[in-house]
Design a protein around this ligand. Structure first.
Ligand code: GLV
Ligand code: MN
Ligand code: MN
Length: 412
């Protein structure tokens, strides 16, 4: 089998997809089910149809594009990632796994390979938590990690529910039907940029993921007392933003003091009410994103944050409420996928590192119903979720080649 990746076409497609965005280039903003996202999804579907794939969408908007194998009743071999993007993101997060996955399938088709198991490209809906507050909504539903009832009720910042938003996008199916049987996929492989600096530092261009860190997130509201910035004396204040600031530092400390590089915690949202220069903040909403490869250590850090909440609310006379959005377990990548990836690398003489994914991915949830694994390629300076995110065309093509080879092995 002679496999050749069309690197020029793949790079051009990455640029085309990046142009479908709500941000000034080079930034990409593609929040799920906005007009830009809907245009990107339609563009993606037409690319898949052009490749002769049979396309279907489920009720949450996961897109399945299938190359039917010689044995169509056998479980499929899946690959894919997401094309939604957080505000002010780059071009490569998720996109490399989707367009790379499509190019891997086209390269296999061009080579004359005929799969026994069907090979299916899966474009996950709403991987990013931007709109509905929870990441990987599509794969949570596919894997049954989240119930259809709970998903339907989630709201965006404008108060629109998932159910309303998806129906406006033309997705009228039943959310109950999104869940896949455990026999649906034989294996699943996701190609993705590393989103960290380790491959680049080691000067190795491929990473085979061993495990995916466990993410958790919380919504936290701090209720204090507002008033005039000149009139209210300092001893009388219950400034919600000052309390939130103290809590944010306690959150940072909870991750730092674990002593492990895999412990990370981030407050990425801070909404201040009323948000006026001469008004004491009366209400603040923040989010907590906390992750670790070790579940017990992550949960220990969450406990210490809970203790900080109690101490700060007592000390400052504010009310702090926390709402758990998700607390997921980590995933081990499947040995058969790791082996297929490692053999494919070796056959091409490509060195690789075995590594942990500290970012979460849809593969975390797919691993609950299928043998799942991931292949990483480097991104410059480890930058991701920012406009200067960059992956070199050679690295993308190399990752796509290894992906294609692995899909061939897994579907033979
Ligand atoms: C995925 O985008 C993540 O935040 O890890
Ligand atoms: Mn992302
Ligand atoms: Mn991603």
């Amino acid at each position: 089998m002679k496999l050749k990746i069309d690197q020029r076409r793949l790079s051009a497609e990455i640029e085309m997809l990046a142009a479908i965005s709500d941000a000034e280039p080079p930034a990409v903003t593609r929040i799920v089910f906005t007009p830009a996202d809907l245009r990107a999804r339609a563009w993606m579907i037409s690319r898949c149809e052009e490749a002769g794939l049979a396309v279907r969408q489920d009720a949450i908007g996961n897109i399945f594009a299938r190359w039917t194998g010689a044995n169509p009743a056998a479980p499929a071999v899946g690959t894919g990632s997401h094309i939604d993007a957080i505000p002010n993101a780059g071009k490569y997060d998720g996109v490399v796994g989707v367009l790379g996955g499509l190019e891997a399938i086209r390269a296999l088709q061009r080579s004359g390979f005929r799969p026994s198991n069907s090979i299916e490209l899966l474009v996950f809906a709403t991987e990013e938590p931007t709109r509905f507050g929870i990441g990987c909504l599509g794969s949570r539903l596919l894997s049954g990690t989240l119930s259809a009832e709970a998903a339907a009720k989630l709201k965006d910042r404008d108060g629109q529910t998932v159910d309303e938003v998806r129906r406006k996008a033309g997705l009228n199916g039943n959310l109950q039907d999104v869940k896949l049987a455990k026999s649906y996929y034989k294996t699943f492989v996701e190609l993705h940029i590393e989103q960290g600096p380790l491959l680049e530092r080691a000067q190795v261009s491929l990473g085979i993921v061993k495990s995916i860190a466990a993410p958790a997130s919380l919504r936290i509201s701090v209720e204090g007392s507002g008033g005039h910035a000149g009139g209210v004396l300092m001893p009388d204040r219950k400034d919600a933003l000052c309390a939130a600031a103290e809590l944010i530092l306690a959150i940072e400390n909870a991750a730092r003091s674990s002593g492990a590089v895999d412990s990370v915690a981030t407050v990425g949202v801070c909404d201040v009410f009323p948000g006026a220069v001469n008004s004491i903040p009366s209400r603040v909403g923040i989010t907590l994103d906390i992750r670790d490869t070790d579940l017990a250590r992550r949960d220990g850090a969450m406990k210490s944050i809970e203790r900080a909440v109690e101490t700060i609310s007592k000390k400052r006379g504010v009310v702090i409420q926390t709402e758990l959005i998700n607390a997921d377990a980590p995933a081990e990548c499947a040995p058969e996928v790791r082996t297929a990836l490692a053999e494919s690398c070796r056959e091409h003489g490509f060195p690789f590192l075995e590594m942990v994914s500290r970012a979460y991915h849809d593969s975390l949830f797919l691993s609950r119903i299928a043998a799942a694994g991931m292949l990483f390629i480097p991104c410059r300076n480890g930058y991701s979720h920012r406009p200067d995110e960059y992956a070199a065309p050679d690295d993308i093509a190399r990752g796509t080649l290894v992906l294609a080879k692995s899909l061939a092995k897994l579907s033979s």
